[in-house]
Design a protein around this ligand. Structure first.
Ligand code: BLA
Length: 514
């Protein structure tokens, strides 16, 4: 059996999914040395290739696949052009692939050249993929006006391309939980749109792998894995790294998960921006296996990447507009302060723009033993607690949208202060902007606490996927709207401005006195 097939002692994050020692059975895999002699092969070679595939180890590629395929692979390796599938027809012979059209997919893994042979699927009613169809799809993506519409369009394009029963765009949050933000599905299926799933459903090493390899297909979740023989590389003594393999056998834990969900075939496409995994296009088939051809998978990957880029560009542009607006508001506020003859802090607290500047509901200013406030603020004692929690040594702007996580007693005042933004200069000179709690309803696709509970009760228990995906509603309390990075930056600029304004006034004052 493959070295890593037993999930019993594996916890989610530690399962080495890139070295399963096995592949899915709808194709075959050969690992070659520099002379194109086979060093490892999937155990289904004899079935698919006939006599030529019997005992492929130590044979030259030419004698296993035939001279035509061998030449194609040699040319790709020489030109260092790997990843582009080489379409060819297998020569007549006794095996299961005789006379059929296949894609040869070549990549490097360590010092080995890995050749995967994937038969071009039996006709499926998918669109044919061409430059023209891809270009038209990109045009339709760019014609959408919001991120939500763009994600919706992406789901529809990928469903059209692949024929999955359900295609979802799944977006991660800061804690790696995710939400289905767009969906295109067969009419008779229940919607998953708007449902949330916990971070543990897609463990860290899987997310890492999906950042470098952008597409995976599980053509039939009921498959029996085909082991690599030998299972460790005789040259290195290590298992073959299948991170970039298209046939990689997937985690049995994830298979169990899909089976609990009633899925027969699954595919996902990474959405990456700035080298970070932002989301996945997750596809389900419920009506039997689905062999999506390599070119359709590539086109789906291309559309996923294009959409990621478009969303990133748009969100950055929106952010710039907000940032610009805030810096104009700051300039107006500081000009008004400079023209005001009252003491700086009195002029400051009197200006209604102080709240709108960072979109706060309340602000409190503590200087020289005086407390000045504007808008909604909690009692003074609580303000001091908040200032102490957020005030660092540097005095630079700091913020939180979850005050109760810093000091549990602050949960009491969450209706006015669930989030705070702090600038300061020591324990007695500080300013705090405050935001109230926003109660949020989160609909989970199944109770996300199940697994955590099982684990808490017994540290030796194997984490297993949820059995139930029934909707589970959670009300999240104690959080305000998050502070954006540019709001924190605006607060920081105001802090710098205030110290120079105070300095300027001291100089003027001294000049007048002299
Ligand atoms: C992988 N989990 C995945 C993948 C998805 C999900 C999309 C990528 C593989 C694929 O394309 O099928 C999760 N799928 C979802 C979610 C939805 C969906 C959230 O359709 C929502 C609609 N999973 C668990 C637990 C573990 C776990 C408890 O629930 C670990 C003990 C593991 N999930 C797990 C692993 C993988 C995975 C190991 C990687 C599979 C692989 O690539 O080998």
């Amino acid at each position: 059996t493959p070295a890593y097939s037993s999930p019993d002692l594996t916890t989610c994050d530690r399962e080495p999914i890139h070295v399963p020692g096995a592949i899915q059975p709808h194709g075959l895999l050969l690992a070659l040395d520099a002379d194109h002699v086979v060093v490892m092969a999937s155990a289904n070679c004899a079935r698919l290739l006939g006599p030529a595939g019997q005992g492929p180890v130590d044979q030259h590629l030419r004698d296993v696949l035939g001279p035509g395929p061998d030449q194609l692979v040699a040319r790709a390796v020489e030109a260092d052009d790997m990843g582009t599938p080489l379409r060819t027809t297998m020569p007549p012979g006794a095996g299961g692939l005789a006379g059929s059209e296949v894609d040869l997919i070549v990549h490097r893994s360590g010092s080995r050249v890995v050749v995967e042979v994937e038969p071009v699927s039996v006709p499926v009613p998918t669109q044919t993929v061409s430059y023209r169809s891809a270009r038209a799809a990109v045009t339709r993506l760019t014609q959408t006006s919001t991120t939500a519409e763009l994600c919706q369009q992406l789901a529809s394009e990928i469903r059209l391309l692949t024929d999955f029963d359900r295609v979802m765009v799944y977006r991660f949050d800061e804690e790696w939980n995710g939400e289905v933000v767009a969906e295109d599905r067969r009419d008779d299926l229940n919607p998953f749109l708007g449902l949330h799933y916990p971070a543990t459903d897609i463990p860290a090493q899987a997310r890492r792998l999906y950042t470098v390899n952008w597409t995976r297909l599980i053509a039939d979740i009921h498959y029996v894995p085909v082991a690599l023989e030998p299972v460790v590389d005789p040259g290195t003594g290590a298992p073959l790294d299948l991170s970039h393999s298209v046939l990689r056998s997937v985690s049995p834990i994830h298979i169990e998960y899909l089976s609990n969900m009633g899925v027969d075939a699954s595919m996902s496409v990474s959405m990456v921006k700035d080298g970070l995994l932002w989301g996945l296009v997750a596809c389900h088939h419920y009506s039997g296996p689905l062999r999506v051809p390599y070119d359709a998978r590539s086109a789906a990957e291309f559309l996923g990447q294009t959409a990621s880029q478009l969303i990133d560009d748009r969100e950055k542009a929106d952010g710039h507009v907000d940032e610009l607006r805030a810096s104009v508001a700051l300039a107006r506020l500081t000009a008004a302060l400079a023209a005001d003859t009252r003491p700086v802090y009195d002029a400051l607290i009197d200006d209604p723009r102080l709240l709108s500047l960072v979109d706060a509901q309340g602000v409190a200013l503590h200087v020289d033993g005086r407390l000045l406030t504007r808008g909604e603020v909690p009692p003074e004692a609580d303000l001091h607690v908040i200032a102490r929690q957020l005030g660092g040594a540097s005095g630079r702007a700091t913020s939180t949208h979850r005050l109760s996580s810093l000091a549990p007693e602050l949960a009491r005042v969450a209706d006015v202060a669930a989030g705070a933004l702090h600038i300061g200069n020591g324990p007695d000179r500080w300013m705090l902007w405050l935001r109230p709690e926003i109660e949020r309803t989160v609909d989970w696709g199944g109770d996300p606490t199940n697994k955590a509970l099982a684990l808490a009760e017994d540290p030796n228990v194997r984490l297993s996927p949820r059995k139930s995906f029934a909707k589970w509603r959670q009300v999240v309390r104690g959080r305000s709207a998050p502070w954006t990075s540019w709001q924190v930056a605006v607060a920081e600029s105001l802090r710098e401005h205030l110290s120079s304004e105070l300095l300027r006034r001291t100089h003027e004052h001294t000049a007048i006195a002299e």
